[in-house]
Design a protein around this ligand. Structure first.
Ligand code: CA
Ligand code: CA
Length: 242
C-alpha cells in the first residue's frame, strides 16, 4: 500500500518535473524547481501591445533570369504595375479567389491603374491603410511601413503583370496577429491570378473584354500557366519593426 501511494505521488510530480526525477528524492523537496517547471509547461505569452509596426516588402523576381522561356522580350518592357497594399480586418477585403473582380481590381489587372482600387479600399470600413508603390522593371523591391492593430492585422497586396490581358500577382489577407501573438516575420510567395475580365491570349494588352466576366482564378491561359510553372514571380515579407 505504502509503496503504491509513494509511486502515485512520484508519478504525479514527474509530470511537471520529469527532468529532475532522475535525481530521485529531489523532485518533491524543491518547490523552486516545481514552480519553474510549471512556468515552462504553461508557456506564458507576453502581454501583446494593441498595435505593432511592420515593414511590408514586395520583392519581384520576374525577369529573364527566373523566366527565360516565358517572359516577354525586353523590347516589350515586362514589368509589374504600381503595387497596391492594404491593411485590413477580414479575409478577402480586397479580392477573393472564385468571386468576380471589383471594378478596381479589373482596372488594376488590365491596365495597372490604381485609382479605382484605392477608392474602393478607402471606402471599405474594414480597411485601415492603403498604399501605392511604383512600377518595378525586372528584379526589384518596394517597401511600405504600416501600423497594424490586433483587430485589423491582415495584409493584401496586388500588382499587374505587364504586358498582359488581366493577369496579376499578389498575396491575399495574410494574417500577422495569430493566436494572440504578433508574428515577427510573415513571408509568402506571390500567387498568380487571372482577373476573369479580359480574354486576350498570351502576354499582350489588347482590351478583349470577357463578357460575361468570370470569377478570379489561377492562370487559365496557357502562356500564363507556363510562366507560373517556370518560376515564382516574387514574394512578400512582413517584418516587425516595433
Ligand atoms: Ca483573363
Ligand atoms: Ca475588362
Amino acid at each position: 500500500m505504502l509503496t503504491g501511494l509513494a509511486l502515485a505521488v512520484l508519478v504525479s510530480t514527474a509530470v511537471s518535473a520529469a527532468p529532475t526525477a532522475i535525481d530521485g528524492g529531489a523532485v518533491a523537496s524543491s518547490p523552486a524547481v516545481r514552480g519553474e517547471a510549471f512556468q515552462v509547461g504553461d508557456d506564458p505569452v507576453e502581454p501583446q501591445p494593441l498595435t505593432a509596426r511592420y515593414r511590408i516588402t514586395l520583392s519581384i523576381e520576374w525577369s529573364p533570369q527566373t523566366h527565360p522561356a516565358t517572359i516577354p522580350p525586353v523590347g516589350r518592357s515586362p514589368h509589374v504595375s504600381p503595387p497596391v497594399v492594404a491593411t485590413h480586418r477580414a479575409a478577402d477585403d480586397m479580392f477573393r479567389l472564385g468571386a468576380l473582380a471589383s471594378p478596381g481590381v479589373e482596372a488594376m489587372a488590365e491596365t495597372g491603374s490604381t485609382s479605382a482600387l484605392v477608392g474602393e479600399m478607402q471606402a471599405n470600413a474594414n480597411v485601415a491603410t492603403v498604399d501605392v508603390g511604383s512600377s518595378i522593371y525586372g528584379a526589384g523591391s518596394r517597401s511600405f511601413d504600416v501600423e497594424l492593430r490586433q483587430d485589423v492585422s491582415r495584409v493584401s497586396l496586388v500588382t499587374m503583370l505587364a504586358p498582359s490581358p488581366d493577369w496579376f500577382v499578389g498575396v491575399n489577407s495574410l494574417p500577422v496577429f495569430v493566436d494572440g501573438v504578433w508574428e515577427s516575420v510573415v513571408s509568402a510567395d506571390l500567387e498568380a491570378y487571372d482577373a476573369g475580365t479580359d480574354s486576350a491570349p498570351g502576354f499582350v494588352h489588347s482590351n478583349t473584354d470577357t463578357d460575361p466576366a468570370q470569377p478570379i482564378s489561377g492562370p487559365v491561359d496557357t502562356e500564363f500557366a507556363r510562366a507560373d510553372d517556370e518560376g515564382r514571380f516574387g514574394f512578400v515579407t512582413i517584418t516587425r519593426l516595433s
